[in-house]
Design a protein around this ligand. Structure first.
Ligand code: GAP
Length: 523
């Protein structure tokens, strides 16, 4: 069988993202929000297949974090929190993006993102030089040596370092004029109009606010939470005391977060309403770097166990540490738009608990019985965007294949444990008792596995539809089934079919689609 994956067939990455968006809509994964009113920018609805995939991703995360780790428990805090929470967390004063407008296109950009894109272009140049040299020198090629000695590469790297230093300085101060000057010096042009006619850089707070109750005014102003983490911090002692938790321990949470993002493009990658899966791990002060390394490794293993391609992940250390962190990195994924942040791992020190203690006047300390003293724990956080994880799975699963007979198929090679439907039950024809037999099989399976029943169109067309929504198995019920209780079981990825007994189906599906088995592999 000749197969060509989409990444080979398609000419641009932009093309791939467009295809993924169109496919997600056509097959009930993701719809634009309130589409009948022409949609709402950066808000999306998950359809009948999307919600199943999303729930499976959540379960994969939740089971791994809370069941594989005896010292991690979950909570579900409210979205609205006392407004002082956001003063204490630093979000009222410091949760800002530096914005710049292009005077010709009237488009608005994040100044730091424009600069990071310019850096990414130079990084690409380095990669090209390395790839060229690797080809030229073959097995004797020493990439590390080449990176430190080749004059052109060294020059590119120096340029990157200079830009990063200037950006870090400007953001930390903050010096908005210096940030603008960097954009001018790098000759960054508007990606749409090509113009370099930029406004000044301004700060813009990303929190959405609304009013509590019927009284307007500052006193009733509350915010939609921009991260789920603060719900964990304010409940730290509640959970520690009621759960008799001993340090080190973690609190996990999945929930909605809201940010008034300025550049909300790239589909569900950057939304104004999105979901986070966060875990705060409370540790003894001084031990935070050990746990930071521990969680970096654990989280990377969780990602790689899915089999989306080891080469599609990398760590990216933060140059500009947030006000609360003493170390931070991203796990980046190779999205259709290139390597971008999928998950953040942050060593948040005791910043949050200390600050809540100051603002609330309540003690938020842990009494360590081994050391016989109280202290404010340090925190290592893992924070992943559920919607970004969804996009990572969907975009890497999307495959267009040319088959040997010249036909083409589009298949979502979603890891079986995450697939929205595990099995489709298909009667070969719509008579002779085959539909009834199919329903019997479905009724036996459907409480354990999400099943799909379909009896319209030819079997070939039905297989293609199941490929398009990523169903790992198709069970076909034919006349032989009526005689010997066997069915054909078709594998989505290989398209191979085998004859199996109906009684073996449960075990076959459990072996291939089990989240628990996937999680067990991670250790
Ligand atoms: N509590 C720490 C925190 O919120 P963050 O890096 O701002 O850290 C964590 O966000 C994760 O949330 C990101 O790695 C990303 O996956 C996701 N995320 C952030 N903003 C998002 C947005 N506008 N749309 C979708 N996902 C987003």
């Amino acid at each position: 069988m000749v197969k060509l994956s989409l990444r080979l067939m398609a000419n641009t990455d932009d093309n791939i993202l467009k295809k993924v968006i169109a496919h997600a809509k056509e097959y009930g994964f993701v719809f634009p929000s309130s589409e009948i009113y022409d949609g709402l920018a950066a808000a999306y609805d998950y359809g009948q297949n999307g919600v199943e995939l999303k729930n499976n991703i959540k379960e994969y995360w939740w089971k791994f974090m809370t069941r594989s780790h005896d010292n991690i428990v979950g909570i579900d805090a409210s979205i609205f929190m006392h407004p002082t929470t956001w003063k204490a967390s630093g979000h009222v004063d410091a949760f800002n993006d530096p914005l710049i407008d292009n005077k010709d296109s009237k488009k608005r950009y994040r100044a730091d993102v424009l600069i990071e894109d310019a850096v990414a272009k130079i990084e690409d140049k380095i990669k090209k030089e390395v790839d060229k040299a690797a080809k030229r020198f073959g097995e004797t090629f020493d990439a590390e040596m080449y990176l430190t000695t080749n004059p052109r590469v060294v020059e590119y790297q120096k340029k990157i370092d200079d830009i990063n230093t200037r950006m870090k300085d400007a953001i930390e101060k903050p010096d908005l004029e210096a940030l603008r000057q960097l954009i001018i010096d790098l000759e960054i042009a508007d990606p749409i109009s090509g113009s370099r006619n930029w406004t000044d850089v301004r700060q813009f707070n990303l929190m959405f606010s609304t009013e509590l109750g019927s009284v307007a005014g500052d006193a009733s102003k509350i915010y939609l939470r921009p991260e789920t983490a603060q719900g964990i911090f304010v409940n730290f002692l509640n959970v520690q005391k009621t759960g008799r938790m001993k340090i080190p321990f973690g609190i996990a949470q999945i929930g909605k977060a809201f940010r008034n993002e300025i550049i909300a493009r790239q589909f569900i990658f950057r939304m104004r309403e999105f979901e986070q899966m966060e875990m705060q791990f409370f540790v003894k002060p001084g031990e935070e770097m050990k746990w930071y390394e521990f969680w970096k490794e654990k989280r990377m293993k969780w990602h790689k166990a899915l089999g989306l391609g080891e080469e599609n992940y990398r760590f990216h250390d933060h140059l500009n540490l947030a006000h609360y962190a003493n170390a931070a990195c991203d796990i980046q994924f190779n999205f259709p738009m290139g390597f971008k942040e999928l998950e953040g791992i942050h060593s948040r020190t005791d910043f949050d608990l200390k600050s809540h203690e100051e603002f609330s006047g309540k003690k938020l300390q842990y009494f360590d019985t081994e050391e016989n003293k109280s202290y404010i724990p340090y925190v290592v956080e893992t924070s992943i965007g559920l919607d970004r994880m969804f996009l990572a799975v969907l975009s890497s699963a999307y495959t267009e294949e040319k088959l040997e007979d010249g036909s083409e198929r589009t298949v979502l090679k979603i890891p079986a444990a995450l697939a929205p439907n595990k099995v489709a039950i298909l009667p070969l024809i719509k008579k002779d008792g085959l539909p009834e037999k199919s329903m019997e099989i479905m009724n036996d399976l459907k409480l354990d596995f999400n099943c799909y029943y379909e009896d319209k169109d030819t079997i070939g067309k039905r297989y293609r539809r199941m490929d398009a929504i990523g169903t790992p198995f198709c069970v076909t019920v034919d006349h032989q089934t009526m005689e010997d209780n066997t069915v054909t079981l078709r594998d989505r990825d290989t398209m191979q079919q085998e004859r199996v007994s109906i009684s073996s189906l449960k075990n076959r599906l459990a072996d291939s689609c089990s989240l628990s088995a996937l999680i067990k592999k991670i250790e």
